[in-house]
Ligand binder design. Structure first.
Ligand SMILES: Cc1cc2nc3c(=O)[nH]c(=O)nc-3n(C[C@H](O)[C@H](O)[C@H](O)COP(=O)(O)OP(=O)(O)OC[C@H]3O[C@@H](n4cnc5c(N)ncnc54)[C@H](O)[C@@H]3O)c2cc1C
Length: 374
């Protein structure tokens, strides 16, 4: 017989989304257990780029743009709370970021996109179109092929690995239980209670949150939910350490607190293949040297591929099951950017607060997918 544990809230998935939520819940005294399959499965949280990124998000949906802006605005306070609880500095810098263009046509297109978003959500969505000379004032090492950039003061970056570590440490210090090596295959709902037999123990819970990234796809239908998420691969390169030269992060190249340059990332539809390819890495490296010619003489020390968790329209799903009340699904493809919302308003909603009005449309109904096997 496996041992049996009871908890108020069971979070399935200890990636950045599950841990942000779990941290937000224990901060308010909830009894929370996180079950995580472990490092040998697909895990976007350990392979991502670390941007807290606003510009361009929500072009098709103002609700997503607003949600992202709010998260970016809440990141400073989220990070200081996290550092106070964990003792870990997540290296947040939010002094703005640039998306560079190689042609004026591309820059004009991006400017129009940014203006469309600003017109729908208002002046909080601030940005500037920078000429090549203006980019050079901010980033003197930029190459001659760069025609200009969009600068958004709302953008920034963090160390994604420090973030995950901070979330785990804060969660445990605040009394949460994290069980790794626990794979959840089946969850049952009976008499208002959820039960799962994981790898080494059984768990009973009053509420359950599915935050298992790509694993949500199989789990959600068991609780009357639907998670039509697909993997989209991104490849990333990391160089040796360099003297600081990149004060601002850009969408494709950023310098970390330790001085290494992180370069990425591709968007590839290759199923569950987490590998890297010489062809894609060569394209990424070649573009990086066009942005910053000094990178041509720098050694690459690491490369990896990781899978994004993507819904059909790229927007999040935040949904409580109608047939199994108390079961929630939380997934999105910008788990770093939205961590402040997940640790704040989404955790509050799971604690019993009304669902934030602005995200009522973020349910799987929009994909017209059957949602129940109950
Ligand atoms: C290359 C790349 C670059 C990115 N760059 C950025 C960026 O710059 N900014 C940004 O905001 N976002 C970025 N992202 C996206 C971000 O990393 C993801 O949104 C985020 O990691 C998703 O978190 P998650 O917790 O849902 O999933 P994951 O991190 O994949 O975690 C899911 C967890 O669930 C566990 N799990 C799965 N199935 C089960 C099961 N059956 N039982 C128990 N546990 C299970 C796994 O062990 C895993 O730990 C990037 C992603 C990639 C791949």
């Amino acid at each position: 017989m496996k041992p049996q544990f009871s908890t108020d809230v069971l979070v399935v998935g200890g990636g950045v989304i599950g841990m942000s939520l779990a941290y937000g819940l224990v901060r308010h005294g909830q009894n929370v257990t996180v079950l995580d399959q472990g490092d040998d499965v697909f895990r976007a949280a350990r392979g991502n780029f670390g941007l807290v990124w606003v510009q361009g998000k929500g072009l098709q949906d103002p609700a997503y743009a607003r949600w992202t802006v709010e998260s970016a605005a809440g990141w400073q306070s989220f990070a200081s709370g996290l550092t106070a609880h964990s003792g870990v500095d997540v290296e947040l810098s939010q002094i703005g970021g640039l998306r560079m263009s190689f042609s004026n046509e591309e820059l004009s297109r991006r400017t129009l996109d940014m203006e469309r978003i600003r017109l729908t959500i208002g002046d909080t969505y601030s940005y500037e179109r920078l000429s090549a000379a203006e980019v050079r004032e901010l980033l003197p090492e930029v190459g001659p092929e760069v025609a200009g950039a969009i600068f958004s003061p709302l953008d920034g970056h963090v160390s994604p690995l420090r973030l995950l570590r901070a979330l785990v440490e804060a969660f445990i210090k605040l009394g949460g239980t994290l069980r790794t090596g626990e794979s959840v295959e089946r969850i049952d709902y009976r008499g208002g209670e959820f039960r799962t037999d994981a790898t080494s123990a059984s768990y009973l819970a009053g509420r359950v949150v599915l935050a298992a990234g790509l694993g949500n796809r199989a789990l959600a239908p068991q609780l009357g939910l639907s998670a039509p998420v697909e993997p989209v691969r991104g490849q990333v390169l990391v160089t040796e350490r360099m003297q600081p030269f990149l004060r601002y992060p850009t969408l494709h190249v950023r310098q970390t607190g330790e001085g290494v340059i992180q370069i990425g990332d591709s968007k590839e539809d290759v199923g569950f293949d987490e590998g890297t390819t010489v062809q894609e890495l060569a394209t990424i490296a070649s573009n990086a040297t066009r942005y910053f010619p000094l990178l041509a003489n720098v050694n690459v020390v690491r490369a990896w591929g990781a899978l994004r968790v993507m819904t059909p329209d790229g927007n999040p799903i935040y949904e409580e099951s109608r047939s199994c009340p108390g079961a929630y699904l939380v997934t999105c493809h910008s788990g770093i950017t939205l961590a402040a919302q997940h640790g704040g308003q989404i955790a509050d909603w799971i604690r019993g607060a009304p669902k934030p009005l602005g995200i009522n449309t973020f349910t799987a109904d929009r994909f017209h997918v059957p949602t129940s096997d109950h």
